[in-house]
Design a protein around this ligand. Structure first.
Ligand SMILES: Cc1ncc(COP(=O)(O)O)c(C=O)c1O
Length: 353
């Protein structure tokens, strides 16, 4: 059975085989657990909570107070991925143009192309500075939508607030989707910009600093009219009752996220020091991952690490990141195992030359 032509042309997001029991540094999840109160909340879920469709109103009230917005400005989604899909489905017609950096989070392109959008990629230069000027120039050609990931993935680059405001002001008819999945790690969210920018949608995820990737919970923030539009395509009960209970518990423990961010930053600095001492070039980022230049066949290094049950992701398919591995900041012992395995591989490689 043939699918829509736009779908036939796509390649599904590669999930790969089982990752069970392996050291998982490949998908930028958190290996630092979740707030203990979340586990308590899940243990005490009642049959009524599970047997009924989820109750969103109390959570939306609580989130509105937490994030400094109104409940009408928030939509719960099944992870930020679901948020991206919903934005594309709601706002892009076949043939309309979406602007996004290249590289950026691949799911944005996937869902935009699935809607038949014409995706125009604005490439990063070799220094991997956020390509603000090129993006601004492209925005002057009146695309339908611009996707900004802050901090970006996989480059880890951070567009400044000032530059973002500049983009937002170029043309208020252009919708800007700001993906803040990694915002905890750069210490800055732009939710306050919603008040002055009716063309802005902001996506959050509970998959990273909150450590709830398995539960699948995301948020879209925007003007009430935009959220009303999105409500037409987001399934009525996109976030499960389990995710709702977890979110209530998580928001009661904001210190948890601060603690995770501090640990990730410390471990990131330690990892960079040790890899640099091995003579490797490491790119620090404003996220929970780093980019390590292994200087030669990165896919092969990825495979050899995987054979030792250590999962990282080669970035070789992006010209600007050729030779790089993306490595999430896991727990100290996981990073120790990664450094030891990499040191061994590099030593074996050097001896074999
Ligand atoms: C930039 C970016 N946005 C969105 C997502 C998806 O997040 P979620 O797990 O909430 O669907 C990811 C996942 O890695 C990501 O890197």
């Amino acid at each position: 059975m043939r699918a829509r032509p736009a779908i036939e042309r796509l390649r599904a997001y590669p999930i790969g085989g089982s990752r069970e029991g392996k050291i998982r540094l490949d998908l930028n999840e958190s290996n630092y657990g979740c707030p203990p109160a979340v586990l308590d909340a899940l243990r005490t879920l009642t049959p009524a909570q599970i047997g009924r469709y989820p109750e969103y109103e109390p959570l939306l009230q609580r989130m509105a107070a937490h994030y400094g917005v109104t409940p009408e400005q928030i939509l719960l989604t099944n992870g930020a991925d679901d948020g991206i899909r919903s934005v594309m489905q709601s706002f892009i017609d076949p043939g309309e143009r979406l602007i996004v950096t290249d590289p950026s989070f691949s799911v944005i392109r996937l869902y935009a192309e699935g809607m038949g959008a014409a995706v125009e990629a604005v490439p990063y230069g070799d220094a991997l500075a956020y390509p603000v000027a090129a993006l601004a120039a492209r925005m002057r050609t009146a695309p339908r939508l611009v996707a900004v990931v802050r901090p970006d993935s996989p480059t880890g680059s951070l567009i400044s607030r000032e530059a973002l405001c500049h983009l937002l002001s170029i043309d208020r008819e252009i919708l800007v989707m700001l993906d803040e999945t990694y915002h905890h790690f750069c210490g800055d969210s732009c939710l306050d910009l919603l008040a002055d920018h009716p063309n802005l949608l902001i996506l959050h995820s509970f998959s990273k600093a909150w450590g709830l990737a398995g539960l699948r919970l995301g948020l879209i923030f925007g003007a009430p009219t935009l959220i009303e539009t999105l409500r037409k395509v987001v399934p009525p009960f996109s976030a499960s009752a389990v995710a709702v209970a977890a979110a209530h518990a998580a928001l009661g423990d904001p210190d948890f996220v601060t603690g995770v961010v501090t640990q990730v930053q410390q471990e990131k600095a330690r990892l960079i020091r040790r890899l640099t001492a091995l003579g490797l070039n490491v790119r620090d980022t404003a996220t929970n991952f780093v980019l390590v230049d292994v200087g030669h066949n990165a896919p092969d290094v990825q495979r050899q690490l995987a054979a030792r049950n250590i999962l990282v992701k080669s970035m070789d398919h992006y010209p600007q990141l050729a030779g790089y591995l993306r490595v999430a900041i896991g727990r100290p012992e996981e990073l120790d195992a990664f450094v030891a395995a990499l040191r061994h591989l590099l030593a074996t490689d050097a001896a074999g030359r």
